[in-house]
Design a protein around this ligand. Sequence first.
Ligand SMILES: *Cc1c(COP(=O)(O)O)cnc(C)c1O
Length: 356
Amino acid sequence: MNTAVDRHWLQGALTNLEQEAARSADTHLLRVDLPAFPGIRVYFKDEASHPTGSLKHRLARSLFLYALCNGRLREGQGVIDASSGSTAISEAWFARLLGLRFKAVMPDCTAPGKVRLIRSLGAECVLLPSGMDPTAMARELAAAHDLCFLDQFGLAERATDWRSNNNIAESIVAQMAREPDPEPAWIVCGAGTGGTSATLGRYLRYRRLDTRVCVAEPTGGAFATGWRSRRADAVARAPTLVEGIGRPRVEPGFLFDVVDEVVEVDDVDSIAGAWLLEALLGRRYGGSSGTNLVACLALASAMRDQGRTGSIVSLLCDRGERYAETLFDPGWLQARGLDIAPSLDRLRSQLQPARP
Ligand SMILES: *Cc1c(COP(=O)(O)O)cnc(C)c1O
């Protein structure tokens, strides 16, 4: 039960979140011209342009709102979550906005740039060796120290208000309205918490659109395996170097029934895709954006082969600067035996218009 003092603080916190939303603008929908695919228009929604640099800005705001409105978060209480980094950056930022302490539980292979950013926001990072489960650890620490567990993997799909309230799907559909093919043939996204694919799939049905959802997944990831077999106990066949997607197991937010296609992408191709995005757009985005680009090219090729035209929309998930010491460092790639040159050549040749 809440006291009057608690309710007063809650109202202040909600006002704070509302003011932050009012100060922020929507993210850009960028069009990329690909002359190799006549009549097929490709768009990328730049989620890196949020104040905290990734699509997790939307999720973090929703998770705080969800915790507050469910009476699970009190004044002065600490907050905790498990993350591969991007969510923790956004959560740390919102925790600071609300004057709350935040603790992030992450795998120790998380890009160092992300860890520095989280600490600079005044949050604490708990780094776990591979093999330990960050979600289980976050839940344990929350119980032991009376912290509010934001639980992105457990709650992403329901904390997002999928019918409206500026979710990513509503924003894409509105921004496409004046384009030549306003109803996309495909929307392509990754699956980390599954929140984005669930919101897209639900919203497209709700709006009675024919747009299909494709999940771009690191080869052998649990979403791909689970989607194909429709099994919730599926596990990944291989780990991935792409942060944010390619989960080891099926997360509670993986709603297979609203996803129409899964394209699996090898890590070298995803990384080459991230490098190619820099050449196409003039700035860096992370590995999962590269995965999306490669999947978009596969879908565009299939459409061209079938003589179809139309639009494809995908996401730029986070800022590439975070990966300066990993995906964008030739020494780091070499140390892992990754040669992205052949993949880059192949992707570049896919972008060359066919000779008549
Ligand atoms: C979380 C994340 C995704 C996947 O989005 P979900 O909505 O969690 O499925 C993709 N890329 C990056 C960088 C992410 O952090």
